[in-house]
Design a protein around this ligand. Sequence first.
Ligand code: GSH
Length: 329
Amino acid sequence: MGLLVDGVWRDQWYDTSKTGGRFERSKSQFRDFVTKDGQPAEGRERGFKAEPGRYHLYISYACPWAHRTLIFRKLKKLEDVISFSVVHHFMGENGWTFKTGDGATGDQLYGLDFLHQIYTKADPHYSGRVTVPVLWDRKTETIVSNESAEIIRMLNSAFDEWGDASVDLYPAPLRAEIDAVNELVYENINNGVYRAGFATTQEAYEEAFGQLFAALDTVEERLSRQRYLAGERLTEADWRLFTTLARFDPVYVGHFKCNLRRISDYPNLSNYLRELYQVPGVAETVNMRHIKAHYYGSHASINPTRIVPVGPEVDYSAPHDRGRLAKAA
Ligand SMILES: N[C@@H](CCC(=O)N[C@@H](CS)C(=O)NCC(=O)O)C(=O)O
């Protein structure tokens, strides 16, 4: 685990010394957009035109943020339009690597060894964390974006000429609702598990823990009344929650000490998780081996023996009861 400082790799764990033991996620720095016409998005200088075969994703199967992009690529039927490379699940002193085997593909574009070399290829003086996902432009050989929340928006609409335009996961009439749910879910749940797990003081951990379970209770209540987070339609908000839920019982309960309740203890959340998992194409984006091996194996300060627990038994393909709630035609 480390970061780049003016283009030079430095092996270094998160610094929580100035924040009272609180983990604070740094902001993604590559924030451009692929658009249908190639014009820069509002307030941006660089423009990137949607074209089939031009863009490549660098992802980790373990990472919930990268997982979002893989799900969108699948649901929007962009498999032949956007290619991808899978980093190795072990993230050690060199950060994410392109070691192959066990489902890791290596760097499909350049055959490089480390993800940080992709960052310095885009910007030789880059300073900051080297994270997945990365949306890479083959044509200008640079990173368009390393922010998953924005990459999924691009996948949702920019490539409709070649993908499935009938699938819209950010429909205009629901945007305000989706944005509001995202805010609650991002801070307290998606990032909340990390804030609990990476906290280095009791106080910081308990603060994140309390917020996490309060938010899960809120979402559980909402899902007792409606089928999906924004109502009767599956949207971006659901997929953003899904990648955290899928990792919760196998990893976050133990490794990140998020153990007040398991998702399997929540009747609505657990059935909802199974419904989403069973949406055609989604199960194949979930690689539980990478997920468990990555977290338990890569965070030596949390799990020094790197032993990966054998349990729990989870079966997201078991039947669910969500058919009792209305779904838009
Ligand atoms: N805001 C980013 C966060 C991405 C992120 O933090 N990814 C993690 C893996 S789950 C990572 O690559 N961490 C490496 C590091 O922090 O050094 C996004 O949503 O795209």
